[in-house]
Design a protein around this ligand. Sequence first.
Ligand code: AMP
Length: 399
Amino acid sequence: MKILVINCGSSSLKYQLIDMDGEKELAKGLCDRVGIDGKIKASTADGRKVKFDVDMPDHTAAFYEVKKLITEGDLKVIDSLDEIAAIGHRVVQGGALFKESVLVDEKVKEGIASLNDLAPLHNPAHIQGINAAQEVFGKDKPEVAVFDNAFHSTMPPKAYIYPFPYEYYEKYQVRKYGAHGTSHRYVSTRLNEINPDYKKVIVCHLGNGSSITAIKDGKVIDTSMGLTPLDGFIMGSRCGAVDPSAVTYIMEKENMTPAECSTMMNKKSGFLGVSGVSSDMRDVEIAAADGNERAQLALDIFYYQVPKIIAGYIVALQGLDALVFTAGISENGANVRQGICDQLEFMGIKIDREKNDGLRGKETQLNTPDSKADIWLIPTNEELMIARDTKRIVESLGK
Ligand code: AMP
């Protein structure tokens, strides 16, 4: 069974075609700058690649490009769209409405649209993507929505309620929802396959956006992202948690609108904001090594905040069986894993320097034999998780 996984942003469409017999990726690509000056980058698992500019006025046009890419020309991997059994869509905000992945119908679309206010950049784009897919693939092709925060829906109210006047929760559903849930679920599912005895687990998804999640008996009890992916700790260009009064103070001083302030906190802060160098941690590391003090400060903040969150979650879990690293920064950065674990060593959580050094993107157990908790690197695969959910739901339709 072949599944097409789709991630639509407001001006982009990312796709991955996965053959579920063997869970093999066949092709992937990005249709970027949809509605602007269309740019496509695509590749196949066997190494064929293309990069070109093409006008894509909307998501429907982008889907026609995807159709062409996978069924015709140099990157052809299937003969016709009939070979695709279903489409799985990543949906950022499922609010409290969607606690698991669902087959898309009109009611589900209405539900996703009803959460637009909570994810104004994402949910409307997902609906556009779902409608466009229906237009190109036909109404009979099953579509499944996989929600980025569904895995976090097991959090207890003490973890997700913000101590504002309660009416704002009731009126606007303002609360912690978390993000990266599909990644955290993939990693914790894999960890459970490795060793079902791990009951108290912390997953560090450290990438361009970063979040840390505490998982007890397979269920999330807390996560560092909040109402939006801005919460938590220093990220590429996001500030993470700060004193809320600092936000209103800056808004007043700089005469900023809420939208301008949101852009500042999401796009101009974090590694980029503190270092003034880049949102990419590798650039910041190079600058710091060259003696750039603000770049060093950005790294110092990261290595201070991340272990503090891990330590807080060890308290929330009342112990720790396994600490897991995943996503770009911590799959590739051996020094990053080392730097974080160095701060945890006094608690008896010990990384094996030799196993860790130079290791990139390969599932590996990293702790020393005498460590009080196990440490793992498990590469994430959100697309595969979406494809698995889609397959499961589609198969259940025939029963
Ligand atoms: P992701 O969001 O998971 O795709 O992660 C992408 C981010 O990983 C990039 O923005 C880089 O900052 C980061 N990254 C990749 N390789 C390394 C590395 N070796 N050390 C530190 N950060 C890295």
